[in-house]
Ligand binder design. Structure first.
Ligand SMILES: C=CC1=C(C)c2cc3[nH]c(cc4nc(cc5[nH]c(cc1n2)c(C)c5CCC(=O)O)C(CCC(=O)O)=C4C)c(C)c3C=C
Ligand SMILES: [Fe+2]
Length: 419
């Protein structure tokens, strides 16, 4: 015989905490901060984004402090089981983004003889601006689920780039989930519960924790720094640049697969940085490699952080002030047919290597309208011409189609399945 247990819900505790003065505002979260996602769906909770909207949350959303990114492989051939999983993930994602438990009963209620439908480590924690963003890898479109005719041409496997040292166990996957939050425990709780819900349908292939965002997606945020100590994200596509989002980030109605209209392509690259070698370089060399000043993040050709570099400007001996191999010169839209990307990466440190170096770097995440035009040619240039190549090595990679946003009553990616 099963017994029903009454318990505490995550939200109930949050409410209680707020009443006692230990709620969100007192904890330092921005009371009154505008966090409604991409202007499509507002939330009444200042710390909570809504899952619902024209685009998925976690793309133009102001970048949170922490990341837990996970790639999964589907372990069944059943299309119905895959759809059921996406339905269950959608419900759980909507709940967790609002600071509720992953399931309706919560971590300490429900059937006493069954595992709780939430794992409990987020009890009492506010939503912490959690966003969950879902993507589909090229391998999902093989013959297992009847999706082979639905793979967008843009979801072609990335080519090998010179210098790549990719580890298969840190690359690709049928599905991915990007969890971003200001609290690492909230992000990990979300991924853990999605993995738990997926037991028997998916297995985690790889995952990556990130701290310290390396970009901004709104104009009013201060630019954060990467592990080279440089400001990163200055020239990122920002959520205010509606035209740039249309041209460079969102898939339009002209796509070969209608289910992707309003979506975007997520490129993930785990990039190790040999920071011990970097740290022994003179400041002059570090700035030459990036093409910007370390202090202000200003182009070496002059001006302030947000001024465009003048690549033609030369020094006293005729040398270009922004070096010919500087990262910002090689990656700049002027040298890449005008293409831009919305970068959303994080620093990572995964312990140390067997030779006593930090296993550290940048988990690069970018959203683009089409990786064939907006990522592959840029990365090909970087991997052959960028002076930074001496200090980095790409060790993991993934490309995923992030479908458009979800409407209430729908599940994420529903239109892929023809519904
Ligand atoms: C293929 C795309 C890119 C990869 C991979 C990449 C890796 C990478 N970048 C930095 C540090 C910085 N990148 C900066 C600018 C910048 N980087 C890319 C693309 C890739 N970077 C672009 C498109 C741009 C913007 C170029 C422009 O419009 O001017 C900067 C400068 C500040 C900024 O604008 O963000 C830094 C610093 C690291 C450390 C890294 C891999 C470890
Ligand atoms: Fe870069």
């Amino acid at each position: 015989m099963t017994e029903e247990r009454g318990g505490i819900s995550r939200r109930g505790l949050i409410g209680g905490g707020a009443a006692l003065g230990i709620g969100a505002a007192a904890a330092g979260f921005g009371a009154g901060r505008a966090v409604a996602d991409d202007a499509t769906s507002a939330s009444r909770d200042p710390e909570a984004y809504s899952l619902y909207g024209a685009h998925q949350p976690g793309i133009v959303t102001p970048v949170q402090d922490r990341l837990h990114f996970a790639a999964f492989d589907v372990t069944t051939d059943s299309r119905a089981a895959l759809v059921d999983l996406l339905r269950a993930w959608t419900d759980a994602a909507a709940r967790m983004m609002h600071g509720e438990g992953a399931g309706p009963a919560g971590p300490t209620s429900g059937d006493y003889d069954a595992p709780p439908d939430d794992t409990g480590e987020a009890i009492g924690l506010p939503p912490s601006r959690l966003t969950l963003t879902f993507g589909f890898g090229a391998s999902l479109f093989d013959d297992r689920f009847g999706l082979s005719g639905r793979r967008p041409a843009a979801l072609a496997p990335l080519p090998h780039f010179p210098g790549d040292n990719l580890q298969e166990e840190r690359s690709n996957g049928d599905l991915c989930v990007q969890a971003c939050s200001d609290d690492p425990q909230v992000a990990v709780h979300a991924i853990r519960n999605l993995a738990r819900i997926g037991f028997g349908t998916v297995g985690m292939r790889w995952s990556q924790l990130g701290f310290g965002r390396t970009s901004t997606t709104t104009r009013d945020e201060a630019t954060p720094r990467n592990l080279f100590g440089f400001k990163d994200g200055t020239m990122n596509v920002k959520s205010e640049d509606r035209e740039a989002l249309t041209d460079h980030v969102w898939v339009g109605d002209d796509t070969d697969q209608a289910w992707m209209a309003g979506g975007s392509y997520l490129v993930a690259r785990r990039i190790n940085m040999t920071i011990e070698i970097w740290d022994r370089q003179p400041l002059r060399e570090q700035e030459r490699v990036i093409g910007r000043s370390k202090a202000e993040g200003a182009p070496l050709s002059g001006g302030g952080e947000h001024d465009q570099p003048d690549f033609a400007r030369a020094g006293r001996e005729g040398e270009p002030l922004v070096d010919t191999g500087a990262h910002v010169r090689i990656a700049h839209p002027d040298h890449n047919g005008g293409v831009r990307m919305l970068r959303r990466g994080y620093n990572f440190v995964d312990g140390s290597t067997e030779i006593g170096r930090m296993d550290a770097g940048l988990f690069f995440v970018a959203y683009v309208v089409d990786p064939r035009t907006h990522f592959v040619p840029v990365q090909m240039r970087l991997s052959t011409l960028d002076g930074m190549q001496e200090y980095v090595q790409h060790t993991g990679s993934g490309l995923f189609a992030a479908p458009p946003g979800v409407r209430k009553g729908e599940y994420v990616g529903q239109h892929l399945f023809g519904a």
